[in-house]
Design a protein around this ligand. Structure first.
Ligand SMILES: Nc1ncnc2c1ncn2[C@@H]1O[C@H](COP(=O)(O)OP(=O)(O)OP(=O)(O)O)[C@@H](O)[C@H]1O
Length: 247
């Protein structure tokens, strides 16, 4: 029997290479390049408007780049079929959940779309969804909706999960629950890519970090490498200072 490959060996699960995307006069992406690997958590950090959401939308197959390459599980996500979609979990910033449904109806419905879903009860327990499982999505608090959106992204046990600010606005208990779950998902071999504005989240949760500014990646690598001696926060400010480069 051959040894199981290391989770971060082989080709990266997510590849962004020299991506360009313009919206009218705004050049949102200008040569964005980075990679993310299976079994690791990659945090994408950057100022407002730096191009994080645009890049992730291209990776999710929701937006087409003007030029450059995007590969997710070795496929171009733009126009990819249902088999590819089933392998990728997406948590959008605004939740993207149907307002009139309830967690108790929505999650079992989503679970039935997958061959080997995460058991709904277990996921609901892990994210503490039970106390509001019969409340309509419209009436949930922001943090509750966020946790349901995360459950919806993970229920299909995706090989790649894109999580847009997964713990923004959560209370400290919920935040720790989310971090534990995300770590577990990555430990099972999933490539987790999350956007965040939190240095604490990047430092405590992520293995790798990509710092984005002005439409391109200005640093990427392990959190330890990017943070270097002076810490991630210092590196971030040096790298993303308007018109400046790393000190
Ligand atoms: N659909 C669109 N139409 C016009 N401009 C857009 C569109 N989507 C993004 N942009 C612009 O592209 C740039 C990059 O936006 P993007 O949402 O990718 O940034 P971001 O890094 O995710 O920011 P934030 O941290 O605020 O979420 C911004 O200047 C934004 O205004």
């Amino acid at each position: 029997m051959s040894a199981a490959p290391l989770p971060n060996s082989g080709r990266p699960s997510v590849v962004v290479e020299d991506l360009h995307r313009r919206f009218g006069r705004v050049q949102a992406l200008r040569g964005m390049s980075w990679e993310a690997r299976a079994g690791r958590i990659t945090a994408v950090l950057g100022p407002n408007g730096a191009g994080k959401t645009t890049t992730v939308a291209c990776l999710e197959g929701l937006l087409q780049a003007d030029s450059g390459t995007v590969r997710v599980l070795e496929e171009n996500p733009w126009g990819a079929g249902p088999e590819h979609r089933a392998r990728v979990g997406v948590m959008l910033q605004d939740g993207g959940l149907p307002n009139t449904s309830t967690p108790a109806r929505l999650l079992p419905h989503l679970a039935r779309l997958y061959a080997d879903p995460w058991p709904v009860e277990d996921l609901a327990g892990r994210l503490d969804l039970r106390s509001f499982s019969s409340t309509s999505v419209r009436r949930l608090s922001g943090g509750q909706r966020q946790r349901v959106a995360l459950a919806a992204a993970l229920i299909g046990r995706p090989e790649v999960a894109f999580l847009d600010e997964p713990s923004a606005g959560l209370d400290p208990h919920a935040r720790l629950d989310v971090w534990d779950l995300v770590r577990e998902v990555a430990a099972s071999g999933t490539c987790v890519v999350l956007t965040t504005h939190s240095f604490e989240e990047a430092e405590r949760l992520a293995d790798d970090v990509v710092v984005v500014a002005d439409g391109r990646a200005v640093a990427s690598g392990s959190v330890a490498d990017v943070a270097a001696e002076r810490g991630l926060e210092h590196a971030y400010f040096a790298l993303t200072r308007p018109g400046g480069t790393a000190a």
